[in-house]
Design a protein around this ligand. Structure first.
Ligand code: ADP
Ligand code: MG
Length: 358
């Protein structure tokens, strides 16, 4: 049974449709991410659950109960804001205790929960400090402790790592995943950053203009994107436009005079349909012509146009009859015999199973 259900939910602000007839189920203990470009409705979707907005249409349900009319503080949901919104004049301890005192919890229970939260986010030594005496990462942890203190059933995190520098972000990602696992609470995170969503979430909803394009675990979004939008938004991808044609067991996707030939059709390719073949750069294997397999299909010929050394992967831009194709090569060393260099003729090969037709 889902813990969170959006059923045909729309939210309109005057002439803006922020959420457009959206349905989504999120299950207990999931770490779920809403991923999409700025303005696609992510924060609004979260605010509808927290109770800061009411839907224009449809229903938002928590544990099977319609939340319509339930005020925010009566919902077992807590939201950690993008800006953290800590009280600057209160100590770490009092920031964490604030909501508990407001709810009228007995003093000893407040003290016990605050201590528990301080331990959880490893800020016991900083308990008496004010927010301005903390680092960015510590402030983030105070905000996290404060939103967990009331023991919500669902924690909402709006761009939780947005205010941190890159190095701290990596560290904090691990902490969030560990914390969620340890607490067993459902986490719903909003982000426009693909790497962040991939590192954190069990499942991701890709959003576009107030709707959902695809919901899947990260690896499925990456390997089997359901649309061109998803393929393009998640990771790097080569897209070959064309029409699918079948001839003597070979599927060809043609575009003008050029084409890609497949020994087996890529998934989703139906004869006569128009669309594009999507292939990730690291799924292409690059060969010097005399070392390439000589099968007539599952290959693209071209010449090396640009090279960007990336440490682990080196990215090559290869000029081909169908346009520029990106291929990434793992552990490429320019100093070895096998190295590729500018203007080299090359052959790119691929498995049909590593491609999708969209
Ligand atoms: P995201 O979090 O994905 O960046 P938002 O949910 O904040 O997107 O916003 C979605 C759309 O709704 C945007 O076009 C935004 O301008 C609009 N919007 C959000 N909140 C309001 C509001 N209170 N009043 C008017 N328009 C709003
Ligand atoms: Mg937002």
């Amino acid at each position: 049974v889902p813990i969170i259900s959006y059923r045909g939910v729309s939210k309109r602000f005057e002439d803006v449709v922020a959420v457009d007839n959206l349905s989504l189920d999120i299950y207990p203990r999931e770490f779920f991410a809403l991923l999409g470009p700025s303005g696609c409705g992510k924060t609004t979707l979260m605010r509808l659950l927290a109770g800061f907005e009411e839907p224009s249409d449809g229903r938002v349900m928590l544990e099977g109960k319609d939340l319509a009319g339930v005020p925010p503080h009566r919902r077992p949901v807590n939201m950690m804001f993008q800006s953290y919104a800590l009280f600057p004049h209160l100590s770490v301890k009092d920031n964490i205790a604030f909501g508990l005192r407001r709810d009228g919890l007995p003093r000893r229970e407040v003290a016990r929960r605050v201590d528990e939260m301080l331990t959880l986010v490893q800020l016991t030594a900083q308990a008496r400090r004010k927010p301005h005496q903390l680092s960015g990462g510590q402030r983030q942890r105070v905000a996290l402790a404060r939103s967990l203190a009331k023991k919500p059933r669902v924690l909402l995190l709006d761009e939780p790592l947005g205010a941190l520098d890159k190095r701290l972000r990596g560290e904090t990602q691990f902490q969030l995943v560990n914390l969620q696992y340890k607490l067993g609470i459902t986490f719903l995170v909003v982000t426009h950053d693909q790497d962040e969503a991939f590192a954190l979430a069990d499942r991701i909803a890709i959003m576009r203009d107030g709707r959902i394009e695809q919901v899947a675990p990260p690896a499925r979004l990456y390997e089997s994107p359901a649309s061109r939008y998803v393929a393009d938004f998640v990771g790097d991808v080569n897209l070959f436009d064309g029409t699918v044609r079948e001839a003597t067991g070979v599927t060809v996707v043609t575009h003008d005079a050029s084409g890609l030939a497949f020994a087996a059709p890529p998934s989703g390719a139906v004869s006569g349909s128009h669309g594009c073949v999507a292939v990730r750069p690291e799924k292409l294997v690059m060969h010097l012509p005399h070392e390439a397999p000589d099968a007539p299909h599952n290959r693209i010929e071209g010449t090396v146009e640009d090279i960007a050394y990336g440490g682990d992967f080196t990215l090559f831009r290869v000029k081909t009859p169908t346009g520029i194709v990106e291929a990434s090569v793992f552990n490429h060393r320019r100093t070895t015999e096998k190295a590729f260099t500018w203007d080299d003729p090359v052959v790119l090969t691929f498995d049909a199973s590593d491609t999708v037709f969209l």
